[in-house]
Design a protein around this ligand. Sequence first.
Ligand code: NAG
Ligand code: NAG
Ligand code: NAG
Ligand code: NAG
Ligand code: NAG
Length: 212
Amino acid sequence: MFFCSSKRRKLELVMVIVFFLCFRVKAKCSSGCDLAMASYFLVEGSNLTYISDIFGKNIPEILACNPDVKNQNTIQFGTRVNIPFSCDCLNDDFLGHTFDYTTQPGDTYKIIAQKIFANLTTADWIQRINHLNPNLVLPYTSINVTVNCSCGDESVSKDYGLFMTYPLHPEDNLSFVASESGVPKKLLQLYNPGMDFSQGSGLVFIPAKGCF
Ligand SMILES: *[C@@H]1O[C@H](CO)[C@@H](O)[C@H](O)[C@H]1NC(C)=O
Ligand SMILES: *[C@@H]1O[C@H](CO)[C@@H](O)[C@H](O)[C@H]1NC(C)=O
Ligand SMILES: *[C@@H]1O[C@H](CO)[C@@H](O)[C@H](O)[C@H]1NC(C)=O
Ligand SMILES: *[C@@H]1O[C@H](CO)[C@@H](O)[C@H](O)[C@H]1NC(C)=O
Ligand SMILES: *[C@@H]1O[C@H](CO)[C@@H](O)[C@H](O)[C@H]1NC(C)=O
């Protein structure tokens, strides 16, 4: 009898723990932050007018976050442009921002992710967000393109409040990203646990400067 009830109590305890674990997994975020940045790698053929259209931000708003861009018409491809956006807690589950994109003839999720959104998202992630047939992307359809973001991590540091979503490029490595961003390597690694900065693709979150 005693044995039985102690076993039952153990089971109850396990259930309570499981409940809390589930609850923790479920509500991963409760709020986002007003500002995050997307690091957009300009390829040949894209320009600020185009980006401003894609992200629904006007050119002066984008330029304010890119003091190094002196002339918006002669912006070089191969540069990275920072695009400000609000970082929201989506589905109580993760931080991101959903952009409304109107598909163009010839678009596939892969083209949208890799070319139009410059690897700020992936085809797989677009597919999971939208309830459409990925093999039949009709032109002039409104789809949701979600870009992940970060609002920081108080346990790492309270000194940084603004984060850039940065798609890793094949040329990147930890030293290079650290020197380009001016953020110490150790801190970059702490904000991106387990991430290999030389892996050539994937997203990392980098502390960034504000817009002026
Ligand atoms: C900007 O890029 C878009 C899309 O690639 C293109 O259609 C447009 O002509 C370009 N505008 C300028 C001023 O280069
Ligand atoms: C996105 O990633 C793919 C595959 O790694 C690469 O071929 C492509 O050039 C990248 N796009 C941009 C805009 O960097
Ligand atoms: C965005 O975050 C979600 C949740 O953490 C993850 O499942 C997804 O793979 C991420 N997407 C990208 C493109 O990294
Ligand atoms: C995009 O998101 C909105 C708001 O969550 C939703 O109503 C709509 O159905 C989504 N679009 C697609 C194509 O899934
Ligand atoms: C890191 O990347 C930079 C730029 O691509 C390159 O010049 C440097 O040799 C790389 N360093 C290492 C250790 O791979």
